[in-house]
Design a protein around this ligand. Sequence first.
Ligand SMILES: C[C@H](O)CC(=O)SCCNC(=O)CCNC(=O)[C@H](O)C(C)(C)COP(=O)(O)OP(=O)(O)OC[C@H]1O[C@@H](n2cnc3c(N)ncnc32)[C@H](O)[C@@H]1OP(=O)(O)O
Length: 725
Amino acid sequence: MAAPRVTMEVGNDGVAIITLINPPVNALAIPIVAGLKDKFEEATSRDDVKAIVLTGNGGRFSGGFDINVFQKVHGAGDVSLMPDVSVELVVNLIEDCKKPIVAAVEGLALGGGLELAMGCHARIAAPKTQLGLPELTLGVIPGTQRLPRLVGLSKAIEMMLGWKLGLIDAVVTSEELLKVSRLWALDIAARRKPWIRSLHRTDKLGSLSEAREVLKLARLQAKKTAPNMPQHQACLDVIEEGIVHGGYSGVLKCLLLLRAPEFDLYEAKVFKELVMLDTSRGLVHVFFAQRATSKVPNVTDIGLKPRGVRKVAVIGGGLMGSGIATAHILNNIYVVLKEVNSEYLLKGIKTIEANVRGLVTRGKLTQDKANNALKMLKGVLDYSEFKDVDMVIEAVIESVPLKQKIFSELEKACPPHCILATNTSTIDLNIVGEKTSSQDRIIGAHFFSPAHVMPLLEIVRTERTSAQVILDLMTVGKIIKKVPVVVGNCTGFAVNRAFFPYSQSARLLVSLGVDVFRIDSAIRSFGLPIGPFQLLDLAGYGVAAATSKEFDKAFPDRSFQSPLVDLLLKSGRNGKANGKGLYTYEKGSKPKPDPSVLPIIEECRRLSNIMPGGKPISVTEKEIVEMILFPVVNESCRVLEEGIVVRASDLDVASVLGMSFPSYRGGIVFWADAVGANYVYTSLKKWSQLYGNFFKPSRFLEERATKGIPLSAPVSSSSTSRARL
Ligand SMILES: C[C@H](O)CC(=O)SCCNC(=O)CCNC(=O)[C@H](O)C(C)(C)COP(=O)(O)OP(=O)(O)OC[C@H]1O[C@@H](n2cnc3c(N)ncnc32)[C@H](O)[C@@H]1OP(=O)(O)O
């Protein structure tokens, strides 16, 4: 790949076209920032240049500042590696330039890319250009000063915290983009169009008291939605600084935030809280980890091309099947939904319609798109439509004989190229396909509920699944906007396997005398959206009892058998499904802890009989979190050792997207390394002595902790002799 560079061409009309070239997204890498400075200086000083157009090569303006530099800053702990974009380039060379500059924007302008465009004196865009300030998702703040001045404070805050607006001067076709931008720049030079420096504008800001009111509401909102992410509040602080003291002061303060070590303690503190904080490290890690999942050795690097998947059959119209069907039709893939009788079929179709309507109600889908999606669905009761399907996803109940029967039938009903996928969350795929001779095209497509919303697709392969089939499913996964993570075949695969101790340790803590609702609250404060017991209510106790059995069977040496779920079921409770769980559920209000469940919990403790000396143990919130999550880290270590995932960061992505582990903590393995393998190991060892084998550290954890090797370091070939991948 050619080195990143910036080019400049001066036309006969006196317009200099400055082009960013750094495929695939024209990220603002250090040489690009330097190149931009050079070219703007040159264009400003050349007499034959009357006006300037800034654009990106290859149909994309810029994906923003080069995130690799963040990683370098985190690695070296040295913030001076960040080049100064905001003042030297955007303010001095672009915004304050003596010649008009127009941004010709196409494809995307994100983060620092959008900031460059906003520093220009006008912006012309091609249709469907994606504009955004995703910096908060990386733990840092965006340029905060120009956007409020260009579009107003409320809209700017909306966009920085995640939404859209209109800050473009004209939208033209791709073909006309450069032509119109050139003319626009010349019009500004000739004063036929206004020469606007966005940092000077105040007309959209409103009065100071209005601004303070908007900021107050935004702060409250950010406190609720992003409680553990300091960058949100910092972003609002810096906006306020610019509104009170002027745009330049705001920009300078942003700069101070980044360059804090040279400045006073306050800035140093804010700086530490943002750029160098674990929040940013975690989020940047997840960004790259997510992209790494699309690189699977011996699948994506052997020259295979994905085959098109146009028609998919889904077997089973229950919650999972209808969610899976919804995900496909929303992305233009034709779906045949098969059920065993018309009553179940109708129910499945109604669920799909409700899924689609729900997206329209929440403003996530237009009515037109919803109608088109529903046209892509056909319900059937037999296999006659299966003769030309490219993939089948079986999503029936977890019954081995039923799945085996279905796969034998599929072998006869489907064309030979058809991918045969199962959505099982626990059953060994070799057993599912045992009665067929199509093991090479049998694969796990493990969706997470609700399947049309949750972003993770766990792709489970066996030793016999062909690379082509894996690649095809990865490609479909991306088309239906999931993040596919390829994993090996074992009980629970990667996510449920690593997280089975999560609910078990929560129940163990209850048996040791810790309050159910305190446990949920500690886990929520840590950053998961709901605690293990609210999750239990949501999933339903039947599901919990069934999956617990699978794990008890597979891992009897380290499974904690709590009587809690059985006792709850016996008392007529089934969680959210019947409105009677550990929480009470009333329409329109949040679930509330149900005090009438306390006698059941007392009975559970009596039956477990594990409280030391018969008295509840005393633990801090931090200990609660650790006693629940360190066993998850421990099982993750086994997943890593057995080669169930390609790389440790795949488990990070899977934990974030499948279990809602907080992304700003970087995922389960990244977090464990941040806490320290040795601390995890010694804590587990201590608890295993006090409370038994459930906490016993795995061999892998012990070895890494005692040798001081990070858990995320690649597993050596000798220890992956039993590798599944
Ligand atoms: C000072 C400034 O205000 C601070 C900043 O600008 S911070 C940066 C803000 N920008 C962002 O957060 C954008 C991040 N990028 C994205 O969201 C998406 O990559 C995208 C929407 C630009 C493109 O998505 P898509 O087409 O699906 O391609 P995707 O696979 O994500 O990316 C393609 C490649 O570009 C890389 N890339 C994308 N954006 C990048 C960036 N800003 N810096 C460095 N590399 C980047 C990816 O890592 C990936 O590399 P790989 O092929 O080696 O894995």
